[in-house]
Design a protein around this ligand. Structure first.
Ligand code: RB5
Length: 147
């Protein structure tokens, strides 16, 4: 499975830790930046990863900012993206199983690196259940398509 990852400046250190963690498990990881610790704007990286996801460059995404909120809000403006902010593993698993979330987001100022690894692992190891959940995801898509 191919994973796309991006952050803002607050998430850059944790981004590196998560990339190493994923590579150790055999995932192919595409890093959409940033590549230096200078201050950047989270909407730019949320959008970059979101557009790459819908273009099919990778299967599932990871976004990190201070809280995970701003960067996920930006990503969710791109049609087809369902980015979920999760600060613990249970929600991370359920957002794949029920919401078919395709991006997991979290805050480098909220979670430590070990918890972040657990959040990512639960997200990536879970499978969308479909069925009644598919209907609900379709309803979200319909809202998106109404503009
Ligand atoms: C940057 O200071 C901070 O606002 C950003 O990382 C994020 O937390 C926004 O939601």
């Amino acid at each position: 499975m191919k994973i796309g990852i991006g952050s803002d400046h607050t998430g850059i250190e944790l981004k590196g830790i998560i990339i190493d963690h994923l590579k150790q498990q055999g995932y192919e990881v595409i890093d959409y930046g940033p590549n230096s610790p200078e201050s950047v704007n989270y909407p730019e990286y949320g959008e970059k990863v979101a557009r790459a996801l819908v273009a099919g460059e990778f299967d599932l995404g990871v976004l990190i900012c201070g809280t995970g909120i701003g960067i996920s809000l930006a990503a969710n403006k791109v049609h087809g993206v369902r980015a979920a902010v999760c600060s613990e593993p249970y929600s991370a698993r359920l957002t794949r199983m029920h919401n078919d979330a395709n991006i997991i987001a979290f805050g480098a100022r909220v979670v430590g690196s070990e918890l972040a690894k657990m959040i990512v692992d639960e997200f990536l190891n879970a499978k969308f259940e479909g069925g009644r959940h598919q209907n609900r995801v379709d309803m979200i898509t319909a809202i998106e398509q109404q503009g």
